[in-house]
Design a protein around this ligand. Structure first.
Ligand code: PMP
Length: 419
């Protein structure tokens, strides 16, 4: 580690304390971004293969211009009338199934899930929640209790189900049956089920896109038990999957959708979209206000993101470029070890390796080759490849080439050794 970056890491540890983690044993100090590219403090350029926040590209000029223009005129909150807030909410619901007609703004995905939980708890009069085995839904106290990946266990009102394995129809059906059983158990434990909460791509479970339709089968079960289906689109939303929304692929219409990350392309904008009748019980009992949520500058950012996604046909691009990425990664993986499992949807590809150790060696190898990715999933053994949607064919090829070399370098660790 060179002097400046090393000093900064030490100062950071001293002042931010021990709960924060950095990527990489030798941290990367990023100072600038443009499109799919990032530059570190030493002037080295990296391909960003990880970032689904700056989804329409780092420092996207349309988004930057929209934010600066609005910041130069007015930024205030949602207790005054402002046309941008209304226009953005209208544009957002227009991208969703017809029944999802009401938008409530927050600043983070965690807050969106927290608000969704309050809304459905009040709407159903129930408290039980079903989540997936390695789910992550956020940092508030209520949502950390629904996020087993944090390693703190889950609350007594929560049941955890294993995601489908291997993408088979049988596994998708097993998942739906497990949801039904979990709902029964919750009822038996005095916490009747209020909601099934699932990330539409099961990102922190290591990316589980298949079998197509399994979320619809599971949603049916939770509804027949009296609960609702909340699609957490914080990861999947805004074109990532080659569809505008991840749930579309499964043919399911959620009762509630939570949004975040790419919504403002890095500007803190998030929210909940839901059916009006689910919003009413909370409104009858209390008010909703979030000081920063849905402010005019955030809404200008959100509108610019929707404009860029439409103008540059990024949903279609994500499907097409994602196929190239998936095919490239599959081809590379098949050459290195037939046992490596590759899962992909749109511009999100996961490579399951034998161990977290192997995955972190590949993440380091990619970094040395100028490509940033990360590892996730159970045991941290799943490579998470998730570039901004604006990546092009040459970026995909560069990424796949770096993966090829990094897997080759694994040597003794073996991609399929042991487990
Ligand atoms: N839901 C999912 C599926 C997420 O991946 C995340 C963030 N990783 C969140 C919710 C929480 O979002 P935030 O960090 O904006 O609070």
């Amino acid at each position: 580690m060179t002097g400046g970056t090393g000093d900064l890491a030490a100062r950071r540890a001293a002042v931010l304390g021990p709960a924060y983690r950095l990527f990489y044993a030798e941290p990367v100090e990023i100072v600038r971004g443009e499109g799919v590219w990032l530059w570190d403090a030493q002037g080295r350029r990296y391909l960003d293969g990880y970032n689904n926040v700056a989804s329409v590209g780092h420092a996207n000029p349309t988004v930057v211009e929209a934010i600066s223009r609005q910041a130069g005129v007015l930024n205030t909150h949602t207790r005054y009338l402002h046309p941008l807030v209304v226009e953005y909410a209208e544009r957002l619901v227009a991208t969703m199934p017809a029944g999802l007609d009401t938008v409530m703004f927050t600043c983070t995905g965690s807050e969106a899930n927290d608000l969704a939980l309050r809304l459905v708890t009040m709407a159903t009069g129930r408290s039980g929640v079903i989540v997936t085995r390695t789910a992550y839904h956020g940092v508030t106290a209520a949502i950390a209790a629904l996020s087993p990946s944090l390693g703190l266990g889950v609350g007594p009102h929560v049941r955890v189900v294993d995601p489908p394995v291997g993408g088979t129809t049988a596994e998708g059906e097993r998942f739906a049956r497990d949801v039904a059983e979990a709902a029964d158990e919750l009822a038996g434990a005095g916490h009747p089920v209020a909601a099934l909460l699932v990330d539409s791509v099961l990102s922190s479970d290591g990316l589980v896109p298949d079998p197509v339709g399994f979320l619809e089968w599971a949603a049916r079960e939770v509804r027949s038990a009296g609960g609702v289906f909340i699609a957490d689109e914080v990861q999947a939303g805004f074109g990532r999957t080659g569809r505008m929304w991840g749930f579309e692929r499964h043919g399911v219409e959620p009762d509630v959708v939570t949004l975040g990350k790419p919504m403002g392309n890095g500007h803190p904008l998030a929210g909940v979209v839901l059916r009006r009748e689910l919003a009413e019980p909370m409104a009858a009992r209390t008010r909703y206000f979030n000081t920063f949520g849905g402010n005019p500058v955030s809404c200008a950012a959100g509108l610019a993101v929707l404009d860029v996604v439409a103008r540059d046909q990024l949903v279609e691009h994500s499907a097409r470029c994602g196929r190239r990425l998936s095919e490239g990664v599959r081809e590379v993986a098949s050459r290195h070890d037939g046992g490596v499992e590759v899962r992909g949807v749109g511009l999100y590809v996961a490579v399951e390796l034998a161990s977290g150790e192997a995955a972190s060696a590949v993440v380091d190898g990619m970094r040395e080759r100028g490509v940033l990715i990360a590892a996730t999933g159970p045991g941290g053994r799943v490579l998470k490849i998730r570039p901004p949607l604006v990546i092009d064919d040459s970026g995909v090829d560069l990424l796949v080439g770096a993966l090829d070399e990094s897997l080759a370098e694994l040597g003794g660790l073996g991609v399929n050794a042991g487990s």
